[in-house]
Write a protein that binds this ligand. Structure first.
Ligand code: GDP
Length: 365
């Protein structure tokens, strides 16, 4: 499955947030393909459509789709030069698909701030600088290799060098690799570099419990919002401490607690949804009387590969898919009604699955 790495300076609230994530954790029996690792937290992706489908189909059980958060603690200034456990942590970041960058926006004199004072923008820059330096190293090494392998008249290395040059230029100016506009073709050239600053990022602004309900009044959060807006990134204000408390409660108690705090939804749910969006993910559903279930795919995935998310046999033996769109099913009120209305489509191997499609796969075994 796809994953999001949680990074940030020490003492900003990463572990508190990560513990809330693992507490809230998904029923692991439902997700045998997920990683079992103390640094990986599997969460269920909240989706109101799944509740609606459950109402319509009345299955024996309902299973949301899952998503992984990886705790990447220990990133400190100097990591790119091997400070702390520097290289190891950078290697972990290389493996995730997106980054949740936790920044400290709460004041508490009892909790030491590594830089001596609460200053989220400077914290962001400290972390970003480490990632940028690591990428610069990667890009320069590749440039050297490409130059060596270059023979007269070879077009490909020259093209590659041109792209690398542009990335280097940006990184030298403290800009992340993702800020460089690349064509699809150029993107392919540098994909195997797995640049850290190429990954999409969102900022989780950790506020104190008392500010959870109106975090946007916190001036630090406003600073983070301004900074993020300039680079087109999303900000999710969250109180890690509140999330840790919420994670210990079940259903009704949770609802009451959220109401008391004046929150419509837990911060964790908002964070999961934002991460899902950040990764450009779609959800499709399977809906049988045994089980109604949500599955995650990347935007642009075709039917056989979408079937492969359920089982590789489904992909290998794919014949066709019966597809109903979510809105059609809800409007019709039942699968039978959808069929009568002629809204059940047969799609082949080139069909690009849409967000909210309800799929039934036909395959050879
Ligand atoms: P990490 O080093 O980034 O993983 O940070 P931790 O999650 O260990 O948090 C560092 C300290 O800050 C812990 O003592 C937390 O209880 C505390 N902390 C986290 N969030 C908040 C908060 O919103 N308000 C206050 N006052 N303390 C917090």
């Amino acid at each position: 499955p796809l994953s999001c790495g949680i990074v940030g300076l020490p003492n900003v609230g990463k572990s508190t947030l990560f513990n809330a994530i693992t507490q809230a954790g998904a029923e692991s029996a439902n997700y045998p393909f997920c990683t079992i690792d103390p640094n990986v937290g599997v969460v269920e992706v909240p989706d109101e459509r799944l509740d609606k489908l459950t109402e319509i189909v009345k299955p024996n059980r309902t299973v949301p789709t899952a998503f992984e958060f990886v705790d990447i603690a220990g990133l400190v200034a100097g990591a790119s030069k091997g400070e702390g456990l520097g290289n190891k942590f950078l290697a972990h970041i290389r493996e995730v698909d997106a980054i949740v960058h936790v920044v400290r926006c709460f004041r508490d004199d009892n909790i030491t701030h590594v830089a001596g004072r609460v200053d989220p923008l400077s914290d962001i820059q400290t972390i970003n600088l480490e990632l940028i330096l690591a990428d610069l190293d990667t890009v320069e090494k590749r440039m050297e290799r490409t130059r060596k392998s270059m023979k007269g008249g070879d077009k490909k290395p020259a093209q590659e060098l041109a792209v690398l040059e542009r990335l280097k230029e940006a990184l030298y100016n403290d800009k992340p690799a993702r800020s460089v506009e690349l064509s699809d073709e150029e993107r392919l050239v540098v994909r195997d570099l797995h640049l850290l600053t190429m990954k999409p990022v969102l900022y989780a602004a950790n506020v104190s419990e008392s500010e959870a309900a109106d975090a946007d009044n916190n001036p630090f959060v406003q600073q983070v919002r301004e900074f993020a807006a300039a680079e087109g990134a999303e900000v999710v204000p969250i109180s890690a401490r509140v999330e840790a408390e919420i994670a210990e409660l079940d259903g009704d108690d949770k609802k009451l607690f959220l109401e008391e705090l004046g929150l419509a939804e837990s911060g964790l749910n908002r964070l999961i949804k934002a991460a899902y969006k950040l990764l450009g993910l779609y959800t499709y559903f399977t809906a049988g009387v045994q089980e109604v279930r949500a599955w995650t795919i990347r935007k642009g995935t075709k039917a056989p590969q979408a079937a492969g998310v359920i089982h590789s046999d489904f992909e290998r033996g794919f014949i066709r898919a019966e597809v109903v769109s979510y809105d059609d099913l809800v409007a019709a009120g039942s699968m039978n009604a959808v069929r009568e209305r002629g809204q059940l489509r047969l799609e082949g191997k080139d069909y690009v699955v849409q967000d909210g499609d309800i799929m039934h796969f036909r395959f050879n075994v």
